[in-house]
Design a protein around this ligand. Structure first.
Ligand code: GUN
Length: 286
C-alpha cells in the first residue's frame, strides 16, 4: 500500500491560519508585527525566496520592510544597516537572506542581529538556547519539519533518524529538535561511510543534499514503512526536484514529502510564526 503524502501546502496553511489570528490579536493590542528583509546582490533564487516571504507576510497581516542592497556593499555598511534595524522599534524581525556575497563575513553579520529579532534562529545566542532546550526562535526549515511530524501525530521517541545534512540552517538545529523528542539521531555528511546501509536501517530519513548529480535517495535505500522527509530543492533536467525519487519512495514508505509542495512552504510559514513570536517578545520587553 502506498504511503501518506505529507502535504506541506496544507500544513503550512494551518500554521498561517494561526499566525493570521495572532497577528490580528497583536494589532488589537497596538502592536503591528513587522518583518524587515535584507537581500544583497542579484541571486535570482534568493530574490524569489524573499519575494515569496513578502507575499506570505501580506497574506497574514504582517508588515514588511524591504532592503535590497548592492552586491558591492561593504561589511561596515551592511553592519550599520543591521544596527539601524536592531534599534528600530517598529521592526520585530530581521531576515538577512543567505548566502551572502563571498566578500562579506556571514558569521559576523548574523551575529550582529539582535537575538530578540532573529527570526531565522541563526544567531549564536539562539543556537545556544536551542542546544539547551530554551529557544524561542528556532531556524525555520527545521521547525517546519517538526511541525510536519506533529501534524501527522508521528511519535519520534526511540526512532532511529538518519539526517543527511550538517549545516547551520538545517542539520544542526534538526539534530537538537529531534533529540528533544527522544529520537536517536545520526548526522551524516559527504564523508560518511556506508550511507546506504545506514539509511536502510533508519525509521526516518531526512535528506538535504540538494545536488542530484551527487546524491539521490532511491527506494532500495529505505526500509519498508520508513518515513522520508526531503528538505532539498534544486533544478535537475529542467525540473525542480528534491533528493528523493518520490514516486518510487512513496510506494514503500509510510509517509513521504514531495518536492515541490513539501518542506518548502513550511519554511515560509515558520518564518511568519517566528515574526509573531518576536513581536510578542518585543512587546514584553518594551
Ligand atoms: N537561504 C536559504 N534558506 C534560508 C533561510 O532559511 N534563511 C535565510 N536567511 N536564508 C536562507
Amino acid at each position: 500500500m502506498a504511503g501518506v503524502r505529507i502535504d506541506g501546502k496544507v500544513i503550512a496553511q494551518s500554521v498561517k491560519d494561526r499566525v493570521k489570528k495572532a497577528a490580528a490579536e497583536l494589532k488589537n493590542q497596538g502592536i503591528s508585527p513587522c518583518l524587515a528583509t535584507v537581500l544583497i546582490g542579484d541571486n535570482p533564487a534568493s530574490a524569489t525566496y524573499v519575494k515569496n516571504k513578502h507575499l506570505a507576510c501580506e497574506e497574514v497581516g504582517i508588515a514588511t520592510k524591504d532592503h535590497k542592497l548592492d552586491s558591492n556593499i561593504t561589511q561596515p555598511e551592511l553592519a550599520k544597516i543591521i544596527d539601524e534595524l536592531n534599534a528600530d522599534k517598529s521592526v520585530h524581525g530581521i531576515l538577512v537572506q543567505l548566502p551572502l556575497p563571498k566578500h562579506l563575513d556571514e558569521f559576523a553579520i548574523i551575529s550582529r542581529i539582535s537575538p530578540l529579532k532573529d527570526v531565522d534562529g541563526l544567531t549564536p545566542h539562539n543556537v545556544g538556547l536551542l542546544a539547551m532546550k530554551k529557544a524561542a526562535l528556532v531556524a525555520c526549515t527545521p521547525s517546519g519539519v517538526m511541525e510536519m511530524f506533529d501534524y501527522h501525530g508521528i511519535d519520534l521517541e526511540g526512532k532511529n533518524v538518519v539526517l543527511i545534512n550538517r549545516s547551520n540552517l538545517v542539520g544542526k538545529p534538526l539534530y537538537h529538535l529531534l533529540l528533544e523528542k527522544n529520537a536517536t539521531v545520526l548526522t551524516c555528511h559527504s564523508k560518511t561511510k556506508n550511507l546506504t546501509r545506514l539509511c536502510q536501517d533508519a525509521d526516518i530519513v531526512i535528506t538535504a543534499v540538494g545536488d542530484r548529480n551527487k546524491f539521490t535517495l532511491t527506494s532500495d535505500m529505505i526500509k519498508e514503512g520508513a518515513i522520508v522527509i526531503d528538505v532539498a530543492i534544486s533544478r535537475f533536467q529542467e525540473k525542480l526536484v528534491g533528493d528523493s525519487d518520490y514516486d518510487s519512495i512513496i510506494k514503500k514508505a509510510s509517509f513521504a514529502t514531495p518536492v515541490p509542495g513539501g518542506v518548502g512552504p513550511m519554511t515560509v510559514a515558520m518564518l511568519l510564526k517566528n515574526t509573531i513570536t518576536a513581536a510578542s517578545l518585543g512587546s514584553q520587553i518594551g
